[in-house]
Design a protein around this ligand. Structure first.
Ligand SMILES: *Cc1c(COP(=O)(O)O)cnc(C)c1O
Length: 353
């Protein structure tokens, strides 16, 4: 089978979804499945839906289109605030979007009216991580205006954490979101169907809280696919962290010096590097490079180490494993490496189990 490829273990992903549904469901939290990591891969998305995930969320409208085109039946949520230049596509393909700008909401409204449809919106509230969200002080005025927009159904509020600022969704932040939801419901005589507390970083808060207030939704990507919470990147008990495996192939294996020789200038990455002379060594080259994965985010499952990489090659220390040309090397992937690899057209995606 061709390399490089990523083996995607559907049985492990299924297990993770079922465990997370049980865990969060026990206190009334529904899971929105976040598909941006898998680039909207319809086969994997279908597994989420088959296991009872009703809303699929992605930051890119192209990924949503891909899943719809392949017949994955779900409600689709656009995670990143719509761009003004994409309003028509957003209303055409996404049932729900996360929003933080009235200017954009007004355009969504206009477009929904023209298309004779209703577009659902969740208003994101800034609670300290400083990515998307409206400042709490501006909420009341904004909600008042949203409620006057035709073609728009205001279904909830949400917050996001641990993305830009690394801020934790702790009990204070979640209480703030809860109180806000209750206050808006009372003041405007509305009922919010979704109060979305955050993402995979909400695990610690959830585990340590008896009373989770009005929070009834989390948007999970990394926990489902990599089995981790994201504040400390600890494995969540009983989940698989190895559902994805990167498989690469040795295209050169030779005994060579450990130190480059000749006059030293910039290398392919624009760096002037220093090397230690450790004598001759068993070196290997893998047919994959920086263009395909984030080298810092891949961890070998065999006894080799990465010496360096260029756009299309990774050089490894092959001393302990003595791998031959044609042998494969397997890697685990961290989030960023997996994101890039799954979205690289040069890497085959192979569903197993
Ligand atoms: C990516 C994203 C998520 C999912 O985050 P994970 O850490 O993968 O669970 C949730 N919400 C928003 C707004 C996102 O952009």
């Amino acid at each position: 089978m061709r390399t490089p490829r990523i083996d995607i273990d559907i049985r492990k992903i299924t297990h993770n979804i079922q465990q997370l549904k049980k865990l969060y469901g026990a206190k009334g939290i529904e899971i929105t499945g976040v598909t941006k990591l898998i680039g909207g891969n319809p086969k994997i998305a279908a597994v989420l839906v088959d296991n009872g995930i009703q809303i699929l969320a992605d930051s890119r409208i192209d990924n949503i289109k891909r899943m719809i085109k392949d017949g994955v039946k779900a409600q689709y949520l656009l995670l990143r605030t719509p761009s003004l230049s994409q309003i028509e596509e957003v209303v055409a393909y996404a049932d729900i979007s996360l929003n933080s700008e009235l200017k954009i909401l007004k355009e969504l409204s206009k477009c929904a009216l023209i298309r004779h449809t209703i577009h659902k919106v969740i208003l994101m509230v800034e609670l300290g991580d400083l990515r998307e969200g409206i400042m709490p002080i501006d909420i009341d005025n904004t909600v008042k205006e949203i409620l006057e927009l035709k073609g728009i159904n205001f279904i909830g509020i949400g917050s996001n954490f641990a993305c830009y600022g690394g801020i934790s969704p702790d009990v204070n932040k979640m209480n703030e979101l809860s109180s806000l939801a209750i206050r808006l419901e009372n003041k405007f005589k509305i009922s919010l169907t979704i109060v979305s507390g955050g993402n995979s970083s909400n695990y610690n808060w959830f585990k340590s809280s008896k009373n989770i207030g009005r929070i009834n939704n989390l948007r999970l990507g990394e926990s489902i696919f990599l089995g981790r919470e994201t504040l400390c990147r600890k494995a969540i008990p009983n989940l698989y962290t190895d559902a994805f495996t990167l498989i690469t192939e040795i295209i050169e294996a030779k005994i060579k010096p450990s130190k480059p020789y000749g006059k030293v200038y910039q290398n392919g990455n624009g760096k002037i590097k220093k090397f230690k002379d450790k004598g001759e060594m068993n070196r290997g080259i893998l047919a994959i490079g920086r263009q395909d994965v984030a080298i810092s985010g891949i961890i070998p499952r065999q006894d080799i180490s990465i010496l360096g990489a260029s756009s299309d090659h990774i050089m490894i220390d092959n001393t302990r494993s003595n791998l031959k040309v044609g042998d494969t090397v397997e890697f685990s992937l961290k989030y960023k490496a997996l994101l890039r690899a799954l979205n690289s057209s040069y890497i085959a995606k192979n569903i197993i189990n």
